[in-house]
Design a protein around this ligand. Structure first.
Ligand code: ADE
Ligand code: ZN
Length: 338
């Protein structure tokens, strides 16, 4: 191999094009899926300072950056634009199913109630789904730093729209001091209505948090979950039970969950038989979107095309995406591998 060849994009030297691999994007927070240019324009229009989108040194600073994004979304036309652009961007990267995490409580005041906020988000997602040709599900997400009462309220409003745009209940924000077990009632409400339980766990706290997600919340999927590697028996159990992890490599580096990309445990988890999907989490704040994350998994983590295709299939098969979406994706993944 020559030096020139090693620096050319892999697609030019005959590797399969990852854009063509049909993918589900399951771990994507709506507000931080905004285009940087859109944030600039919206701030300019509203005459407000552009909030920082990098430079956070820990999760608390990251959380503050995230909340600052909400300012521009108090203007309803900006939320309309955001949802449409997110679907356009996901479609352009080969995403065929997007499961968007959104906290309806952020929008309660502007839209009048949690129910009205979620109804508006679903209407926007339906329009964007039709315009850009990709399927979607919404994951109303509980802020674990808010009250238990609020978690139950979010679960109840999620259930109101179960099967009508809502597919799962999420749990996000700082895990430290806000354990999964505190949210058992909210997740029981969601699961009783057929929603998937999809909490963040095993990101800022170790395997005990993943264990609680499984035992106390009956998690169908775990967002992140990578710190399960600290307990081999738990890794074996995840593999055995087939509970998937919705993994976000770059996010884990920038929030110091792993020291560097090369040390990310995704290859180890896959080798142990744990089903994993590949996701971007917060592309506005971390940089890469889903396609770039797949590229990183190939070029830095050394995943082969069979493994990348398996992650893509996990990102479709383990969800409540429509059967027709699953069947079409399976065919296209097989064709991609041939
Ligand atoms: N909200 C947005 N991104 C998050 C992350 N990586 N962990 C917890 N909460 C989040
Ligand atoms: Zn997340």
């Amino acid at each position: 191999m020559t030096t020139v060849e090693t620096t050319r994009p892999l697609t030019e030297i005959g590797a399969r094009d990852l854009r063509e691999l049909p993918k589900g994007h399951l771990h994507l927070h709506l507000e931080a899926a905004m285009r940087p240019a859109t944030l600039f324009e919206m701030c300019e229009q509203l005459g407000v300072d552009v909030p920082p989108t990098s430079g956070f040194v820990d999760f608390s600073e990251f959380g503050a950056c995230y909340l600052a994004l909400l300012t521009v979304l108090r203007e309803p036309s900006n939320l309309d634009r955001l949802v449409d652009e997110v679907f356009e961007d996901q479609a352009a990267q080969g995403v065929v199913y997007v499961e968007l995490s959104v906290s309806p409580t952020f929008y309660r005041e502007v839209y009048g109630s949690l129910s009205a906020a979620l109804a508006r988000l679903i209407a926007l997602a339906e329009a964007a789904s039709a315009a850009h040709g990709i399927a979607f599900g919404l994951m109303p997400t509980v802020d674990r730093m808010a009250s238990i009462e609020e978690s139950i309220e979010v679960a109840r409003v999620a259930v109101e729209f179960a099967g009508r745009g809502v597919v799962s209940l999420g749990l996000a924000s700082d895990e430290r001091g806000y354990p999964c077990r505190d949210f058992a009632e909210a997740f029981a409400i969601a699961k009783a209505a057929g929603l998937q339980a999809a909490p963040h766990a095993g990101e800022l706290v170790g395997p005990e948090s993943v264990r609680e997600a499984l035992d106390d919340l009956k998690a169908d999927r775990v967002l992140h979950g990578v710190r399960a590697v600290e307990e081999p028996a738990l890794v074996a159990e995840l593999a055995e039970r087939g509970v998937p992890l919705d993994v976000c490599p770059t996010s884990n580096v920038l929030l110091s969950v792993v020291p560097e990309l090369g040390a990310h445990p995704l290859p180890l988890l896959l080798e142990a038989g744990v089903r994993c999907s590949i996701n971007a989490d917060d592309p506005l704040l971390f940089g890469p979107d889903i396609l770039a994350e797949y590229e990183v998994c190939r070029s830095v983590l050394g995943l082969g095309d069979e493994q990348l295709a398996a992650c893509a299939w996990t990102s479709i098969e383990t969800t409540l995406a429509p059967d027709a979406v699953k069947a079409a994706a399976r065919e296209r993944i097989d064709a991609w591998l041939r």
